[in-house]
Design a protein around this ligand. Structure first.
Ligand SMILES: [Zn+2]
Length: 231
């Protein structure tokens, strides 16, 4: 059990370290203006038209690192710093989000699967730990047989949310690959700027890896608790 808490601690530390590193990488690459003088919005616009995608809108969204692609209304949502930013970090994020729009336009299978899971997972991930807890309380407090199946239901929902966080990984890596390939092919950035963009996206992807491992660790933890309660 001790080693389990150690593992959870390591994952929590890794998560904090990765997000710190990501922020400092972005601060670094935000400092230098792009040689071509393009904003994140202009980069996104060019990447969309280079892929013959004309039905996706690029909009500015509040917050920091809040950038995302919304497949429901086909919008590339760029945070203010990325939307009007004239630097390698903004270029990287803008191209990455358009990478998701390209995945959508090409019906990339992992994105399709992820999108189908979104409505279920958004409900499941919020409720799952509560359902497991209710199940555990019932298992301990009463002799009724309801506790165990309720706990199992909670675990199943938790497993679904964990699966979702793993399906997110190929989707994220693929969007970055598409972004970097396009940036190279179209000579959008200088060699040095491209290295910066690549590094920024690498750290952004690592936040998803840490999140997936965290989800798996907590699934194992609650699974263990339910198995113990049953004995
Ligand atoms: Zn992404």
């Amino acid at each position: 059990m001790m080693s389990y808490y150690l593992l959870l601690g390591i994952i929590a530390l890794a998560s904090a370290a990765v997000s710190q590193r990501l922020k400092s990488k972005f601060r670094t690459y935000e400092k230098r203006a792009l040689a071509n003088g393009m904003s994140g919005k202009e980069i996104a616009q060019k990447m969309l038209s280079d892929h013959q995608i004309y039905d996706v809108e690029i909009i500015s969204t509040p917050g920091r690192l809040s950038d995302h692609y919304n497949p429901i209304n086909k919008t590339v949502n760029l945070s203010e710093a990325v939307f009007s930013g004239l630097n390698a970090a903004a270029a990287a994020v803008a191209a990455h989000e358009v990478g998701h729009a390209v995945q959508h336009a090409r019906a990339y299978k992992w994105l399709t699967m992820r999108s189908q899971l979104v409505p279920v997972v958004s409900v499941a991930s919020g409720m799952s730990s509560w359902i497991v807890l209710i199940g555990l309380v019932l298992m301990f407090s009463s002799g009724s047989g309801f506790g165990y199946p309720i706990a199992l239901l909670g675990l199943a929902l938790m497993a679904l949310a964990t699966l979702f966080s793993f399906i997110t990984l190929p989707v994220e890596y693929d969007a970055s690959d598409r972004a970097l390939k396009w940036l190279i092919d179209e000579n959008v950035l200088t060699q040095e700027e491209h290295e910066g963009a690549k590094d920024a996206l690498k750290w952004a992807a690592r936040t998803y890896v840490v999140a997936a491992l965290g989800a798996l660790a907590s699934l194992l933890y609650w699974g263990l608790q339910v198995m113990r309660a049953r004995d």
